[in-house]
Every structure is written in structure tokens, then in C-alpha cells.
Design a protein around this ligand. Structure first.
Ligand code: GLN
Length: 306
């Protein structure tokens, strides 16, 4: 990205902020309903390490489903290509917590980013790691450089208390044999994974490895191979926004991933990562303002993968 990226982001932020936000908070997780709906921040990290943020970019928020990319990364590194025996790589065309397609596909989730797929990834991590809860946190600490990173018990407990659909999903998948461990154990880890909090700045830096051929931006350390990096980016492009993935590719043109906390991470391979946070969600469960800001940024910078 050229030197004018700050101006482009400032303009996109101003314009998006002037629009009427038609979104709604994710109240199905009670703790997320307590978040100030007017929060809005964005942070870009260029692959050379320079970065720039605006608005509430230094405030922590619940990254929710954005963490699914990180759990996939760890599971893919451990299991290799065999992982695709348990999860498909196709867009679902359904809501993130839908049960619909599991019946037709014998308990094989359509992709790792819908809840069913991410729950299966949690099961795989529990099977292959001594202590998935601790080991996953260590992995994210190493990626992000956030040494005091922890799960938010408040958010995880809040989601667990009302997580009826995820409980149904996990039990349903278990009935097909795709899940090996006990549903309670898998769900506890899933809710913990989704409860991680980061700022936009931290999020954009954590995802740097996916814009850098699988290597961390800070020390060049290999996280995953180039081929796995390509595939994770492809999945983010085709499945990262649930039933709005096509629209995101159409309007923004970048691989990305959203979360119901109102965060979005998007990246342009070999160029930059950008994180946005605005808590009010559109009907597809994606941040209303976040989607708009990213559309403005790639339109005016002319820097998308297409
Ligand atoms: N923890 C959330 C859930 O399972 C994650 C969903 C999301 O961020 N899209 O419902």
C-alpha cells in the first residue's frame, strides 16, 4: 500500500461514521449486549511492520468467530491434510449457527468457519493436544505477542448459559461420530476460544502471518507452510462471512473473517492486514460499519486481490 493509506483510512472512517448504522448488537450472548454500540475503530498493519489506527482501535473487544481462523491454523498444522476428512471446504449459504446441512452431509460441517466446523476443530485439538485450552492460548500468545492474553470467563460463561444452538450442534454432530470427545468438554473449549479479547491493533498484527506466506511479521518465524496459508486465505474468502461471503468478496475483495463481537479481520496477501470493530451487526451477523469501511478502503486504495 502506498504512503497515502492513512488518508484513505481516515476518509473511509469519516464517511462510514456519518452513515446511519442499521445494525443490532448480538444480544443472544448476554454479555455482548452490554457493549457500547457506538464504538468504532480500525487498524492497518503493512507487511513491512508500519501501522496506523483510528477511533477506538486500542480498545479490547470480544473477537468471537475471528478466533476460528487461529484454531483452524493450529489444527491444520497438527493434523495436515487429513483434517479435510472431518470438515468440508465449501461455502454453506446458511447462517453461522445453522443445523440444516449437517443432516444431509452426515455430520460433516460445510467449512471450518461455521459454528459446526469450528466445534469439530475444537474436538480435533482436544484429541491431539495434552491440554487444548492451555496449548491454544499459548499458540495465540506466541502469534500475537500479547503475553498476558487470557480467555474471558465472563464472556465464555455468558455464552455457555444461553448457548442452546451450539449445544444442539455439538450433540447432533456427535450422533454421526464426527466428534470424538464428550460434548460438554468440546463446548467448554469452544466457548473459551470465542471469548478471547483483542484490540484492532493486536488483531491486525496477530493475523500478519497470513499476509506473509505463513511467517510471523515480527521475527519471520514459520507458523504454517505457504500452501496451508494459501488454503486458509481461500477459505476466508469463500466462507469467512457466512451467507454474506459472496457479497464481501464482491464489495471488498479480500480474504477475511468476522465475529459477532463486531470485529472483522481482512488481509491482502503480501501487502497488509486490517482489523475493524463496530459492535452493531447486520442481519447476517457481520459488523454493519465494518463491512462499509472495508469496502471504502479497497475501493479508494484500489488494493484488493481482484
Ligand atoms: N461464539 C459465537 C457463537 O457460537 C461465535 C459466532 C460468531 O462470531 N459468528 O455463536
Amino acid at each position: 500500500m502506498g504512503s497515502n493509506y492513512k488518508k484513505i483510512i481516515e476518509n473511509a472512517y469519516k464517511l462510514t461514521n456519518s452513515l446511519k448504522d442499521k445494525g443490532k448488537l448480538a444480544t443472544y450472548i448476554p454479555e455482548l449486549a452490554n457493549v457500547d454500540p457506538s464504538k468504532f475503530g480500525a487498524h492497518i498493519t503493512i507487511i513491512d511492520g508500519t501501522h496506523f489506527g483510528i477511533g477506538d482501535h486500542l480498545e479490547k473487544f470480544s473477537i468471537q468467530s475471528i478466533a476460528k481462523v487461529l484454531s483452524l491454523t493450529l489444527a491444520y498444522e497438527i493434523v495436515g491434510e487429513d483434517i479435510w476428512k472431518h470438515i468440508d471446504v465449501e461455502p454453506s449459504g446458511t447462517k453461522f449457527d445453522s443445523l440444516l446441512l449437517l443432516e444431509s452431509y452426515n455430520g460433516i460441517p460445510r467449512n471450518p468457519f461455521v459454528n459446526s466446523g469450528a466445534i469439530v476443530i475444537c474436538d480435533i485439538l482436544i484429541t491431539h493436544l495434552d491440554n487444548a485450552r492451555e496449548d491454544f492460548l499459548e499458540f495465540v500468545k506466541d502469534l500475537s505477542g500479547i503475553l498476558d492474553l487470557s480467555y474471558s470467563d465472563k464472556i465464555a460463561d455468558s455464552e455457555k448459559a444461553t448457548g442452546y444452538r451450539n449445544i444442539a450442534l455439538c450433540n447432533f454432530i456427535k450422533s454421526f461420530g464426527t466428534i470424538k470427545n464428550e460434548p460438554d468438554v468440546v463446548l467448554d473449549f469452544y466457548f473459551d476460544m470465542c471469548s478471547i479479547e483483542m484490540t484492532c491493533e493486536q488483531l491486525s498484527q496477530t493475523f500478519g502471518f497470513l499476509a506473509n506466506g505463513g511467517r510471523k511479521l515480527t521475527d519471520g518465524k514459520k507458523v504454517i507452510s505457504k500452501s496451508k496459508c494459501k488454503r486458509i486465505n481461500a477459505l476466508m474468502l469463500t466462507c469467512g462471512f457466512y451467507d454474506e461471503s459472496g457479497e464481501f468478496a464482491f464489495k471488498v475483495g479480500l480474504p477475511g473473517k468476522s465475529g459477532v463481537g463486531g470485529g472483522i479481520i481482512a488481509l491482502y496477501p503480501h501487502n497488509y492486514t486490517i482489523a475493524v470493530w463496530s459492535p452493531k451487526l447486520n442481519i447476517n451477523g457481520n459488523s454493519f460499519k465494518g463491512m462499509k469501511l472495508l469496502e471504502e478502503v479497497t475501493t479508494h486504495s484500489e488494493l484488493s486481490i481482484f
